[in-house]
Design a protein. Structure first.
Length: 202
């Protein structure tokens, strides 16, 4: 070995393996192994922050769309129920004239027996099953929201139904026809006032 050989340049060995034997990760051939303790690439943190903001924005949009869809479903179901109730009330209203005829026949004793009684009972039962209820009877307190007064007599201050010319009907809570009645004004607590002297005498 000569003296010049002792000053040879050190041999540099380049590891060209694509997989790091220590970490098991794939190396980037364009950059080579990064030195340990190296700082993160410039712009990495701002990019991560922007991505997080985008995810939050998309999540908020998704939640808003879900809430709008839930409200739409509720509104659609409510509108559907209202439409169904209106259609049912319209059909029932067309049959009220038949019920009036049956009421007149019943008042004349024509529905006490026979096949017509069976048909009348089935019709009334079916309509009641759809939510139809009748109102308007003699002695009921007069209610302008339910009764249509065509006659008025008496000098009292308490109006009550005296005569029923035509029954009224409701479907659920909706009045489909007012009762046509004659109204009699009675004296409030007339019976109680007549009993008071006798009670006080005791």
């Amino acid at each position: 070995m000569t003296q010049g050989d002792s000053h040879e340049e050190p041999v540099t060995v380049t590891d060209k393996r694509r997989i790091d034997p220590e970490t098991g990760e794939i190396r980037d051939p364009s950059t080579g192994p990064a030195p340990s303790g190296s700082a993160p690439e410039p712009g990495a943190e701002p990019a991560a922050s922007a991505e997080g903001a985008k995810v939050a924005e998309l999540t908020a949009d998704l939640q808003r769309v879900q809430a709008e869809f839930a409200n739409y479903r509720k509104r659609a179901l409510r509108d559907q129920q209202v439409s169904a109730e209106r259609a049912k009330a319209t059909v029932i209203t067309q049959l009220l004239g038949v019920l009036d005829d049956l009421d007149r026949a019943r008042s004349h004793g024509d529905l006490e027996s026979g096949p017509l009684k069976s048909v009348a009972d089935k019709l009334v039962s079916t309509l009641e099953g759809l939510g139809l209820t009748g109102f308007g009877a003699e002695g009921d307190e007069f209610d302008p929201a339910l009764h249509e007064a065509v006659q008025h007599e008496g000098d009292g201050s308490v109006p009550v139904v005296g005569t029923v010319m035509r029954r009224g009907y409701k479907v659920g809570d909706v009045v489909v026809r007012h009762a046509m009645v004659g109204v009699v004004d009675t004296v409030e607590n007339a019976d109680e006032n007549s009993d008071q002297p006798a009670e006080s005498a005791e």
